[in-house]
Design a protein around this ligand. Structure first.
Ligand code: NAI
Length: 399
C-alpha cells in the first residue's frame, strides 16, 4: 500500500519543459510527480514557448521567479551552475522537439521523463537509448494509464496461466474529438497533431495507440510481434498523409493474433481505451472508463468482476494500492504510480542498484524505442499499400 511515505532518500529536484498554462498534458505530469510530495520537488521550468506566459505560470505554481526560464537552453546552463540545480527534467512539448531536448538534457547530465511518442524514428530513439546508457541516466516515457494497477493483475494472472495460452489480443484506443476539422483550425494542441513536421509520421497511431500498445506489452511481456499490417485513413482529407483512423493486424511469434483500432473520428465516443486478452481457457478485459474493474471470464462459468483494493488481487498489485477498497482510483493515481516508479528508478540508477532496476515495471527507454518502432512499422505497412511487414526488419513480408 502506498501512503505517501518516502520511498527514496529525498525528493528529486525536478523541472518541466512545456506543460504550460494552456497545455493539455502539463497538469497530469504535476499531479503524478507531486502526488506524494516525497518523490519530486518542482524547482524550475521552461514551461511555455512564450517566455512571459511561462514565467507568469511558473510563479503561480510556486516556482521561484529566477528559476522560470525563457527556454530550456538557458535553464540547463543556469541550473548546472547551482549547487541545488535540477537533477531530472520532464519534456512535455509537442512531438517534434522531443529528440533534440532529450539529447540536450542527457548531455547536461540530467535524467529525463519524456512524452510519447519519444521520437519520429526508431534510429533517433535508439540514439537516445545509447546516449542515456553512456551518460548513466534514466529515460522514462509517460504512457499515462500504464500506472493503473489492474494492468499488473492482468500480467500476474497471465503469468500464472489463469487464462491459458494467449490466442487473441484486442486493443482499442479511440475517441471522437477530431470527427471534424474544427479543432484542427482552433485548438493549438490539435493543430500541431495533424502537421507532420511537428507530429511526426502519424497522428492517432503515435498520439493514442502507442499508449495501448505499451500497456499490452506490460501485461504480456513474453509476447513478441512477428509481423503486422496497418490500414490507415484520413477521413478529414486535409490531414493526409496523417491518419485519423487506423486498423492494425498483428501476428505474434507464439501464433497468437491481435488487432488495434485507433481513431480520433469515432464520433460520439468520449473515451475508449480497451484491452481484451483471450486465452485458451478464459479472457481478461479492462476499459479505461472503468479503471477499478477487471473482467475475468472463464469459459463455461459465470463471469467475474475483480475489483481494485481487494485482498484477492496479486501482492504486486496491492503494493501500489493507494486509497483502499470502496474508494475509486483513476488516471491521476496511475500517473502518480508512473512517476513514483521513475523516481525509484532514478534513485536506484544513481546508487548502482541493478536489482531494484531489474524488478521495476515502468515505461523505460526500451518502451520508448519499442513504441516508436511499432508506429514506424505501421506507417511503413500502410505506405506500401497496407501489406504485412516484418516487425523486426521493418520490410514487407515477401513469402
Ligand atoms: P499542447 O500543444 O497542448 O501544449 C504544449 C505545451 O508546450 C505548451 O504549454 C507550449 O507553450 C509548450 N511548448 C511548446 N514548445 C516548447 C518549447 N520549445 N519550450 C518550452 N515549452 C514549449 O500539447 P499537449 O497536448 O500538452 O502535448 C504535449 C506532449 O504530450 C505531446 O508529445 C503529446 O503527444 C503528449 N501527450 C501525452 C499525453 C499522455 O497521456 N501521456 C496526453 C496528451 C499529450
Amino acid at each position: 500500500m502506498i501512503n505517501g511515505e518516502k520511498r527514496i532518500g529525498r525528493p528529486l529536484r525536478w523541472a518541466m519543459i512545456g506543460g504550460g498554462r494552456h497545455s493539455q498534458v502539463g497538469y497530469k505530469h504535476r499531479t503524478g510527480a507531486l502526488r506524494d510530495n516525497t518523490a519530486f520537488q518542482l524547482v524550475a521550468g521552461a514551461f511555455d514557448i512564450d517566455p512571459e506566459r511561462g514565467k507568469d505560470f511558473g510563479v503561480n505554481l510556486g516556482v521561484a521567479e529566477e528559476r522560470c526560464y525563457p527556454n530550456y537552453q538557458s535553464m540547463f546552463r543556469n541550473e548546472a551552475e547551482r549547487e541545488d540545480g535540477i537533477e531530472v527534467v520532464t519534456i512535455a512539448t509537442p512531438n517534434g522537439t522531443h529528440y533534440e531536448i532529450t539529447m540536450a538534457a542527457l548531455a547536461a547530465g540530467l535524467h529525463v521523463i519524456c512524452e510519447k511518442p519519444l521520437t519520429f524514428t526508431t534510429a533517433e530513439a535508439e540514439e537516445i537509448q545509447a546516449f542515456a546508457e553512456k551518460q548513466g541516466k534514466i529515460v522514462g516515457v509517460t504512457y499515462g494509464y500504464s500506472g493503473n494497477i489492474l494492468l499488473l493483475q492482468m500480467r500476474a494472472m497471465i503469468a500464472q496461466g489463469k487464462i491459458g495460452d494467449i490466442r487473441m489480443v484486442e486493443l482499442q484506443y479511440t475517441h471522437g474529438f477530431a470527427a471534424t476539422d474544427e479543432n484542427d483550425r482552433k485548438s493549438e494542441g490539435q493543430k500541431w497533431r495533424v502537421d507532420p513536421k511537428i507530429a511526426g509520421p502519424s497522428f492517432v497511431l503515435g498520439d493514442l495507440a502507442t499508449h495501448t500498445y505499451y500497456m499490452s506489452q506490460l501485461i504480456m511481456p513474453q509476447m513478441k510481434i512477428s509481423k503486422l499490417l496497418c490500414d490507415r485513413q484520413s477521413f478529414v482529407g486535409s490531414r493526409a498523409p496523417l491518419e485519423d483512423n487506423a486498423y492494425v493486424m498483428m501476428h505474434y511469434e507464439n501464433g497468437a493474433v491481435g488487432r488495434m483500432w485507433t481513431s480520433a473520428v469515432n464520433a460520439g465516443c468520449m473515451d475508449g481505451q480497451r484491452i481484451r486478452i483471450v486465452g485458451s481457457k478464459a479472457s481478461l478485459e479492462w476499459w479505461d472508463s472503468k479503471p477499478n474493474e477487471l473482467l475475468y471470464e472463464v469459459q463455461g462459468q459465470p463471469s467475474q468482476t475483480l475489483v481494485r483494493g481487494m485482498d484477492y488481487l496479486d501482492e504486486t498489485v496491492n503494493a501500489y494500492e493507494r486509497l483502499a477498497a470502496l474508494h475509486q482510483e483513476g488516471l491521476s493515481d496511475a500517473w502518480a504510480n508512473l512517476y513514483l516508479n521513475i523516481a525509484i528508478a532514478i534513485d536506484a540508477k544513481e546508487r548502482g542498484d541493478e536489482e531494484t532496476l531489474n524488478k521495476l515495471i515502468y515505461a523505460d527507454i526500451n518502451a520508448g524505442v519499442e513504441g516508436v518502432r511499432w508506429v514506424e512499422t505501421c506507417v511503413r505497412s500502410a505506405e506500401n499499400g497496407s501489406v504485412w511487414v516484418n516487425f523486426d526488419a521493418g520490410v514487407p513480408v515477401t513469402s
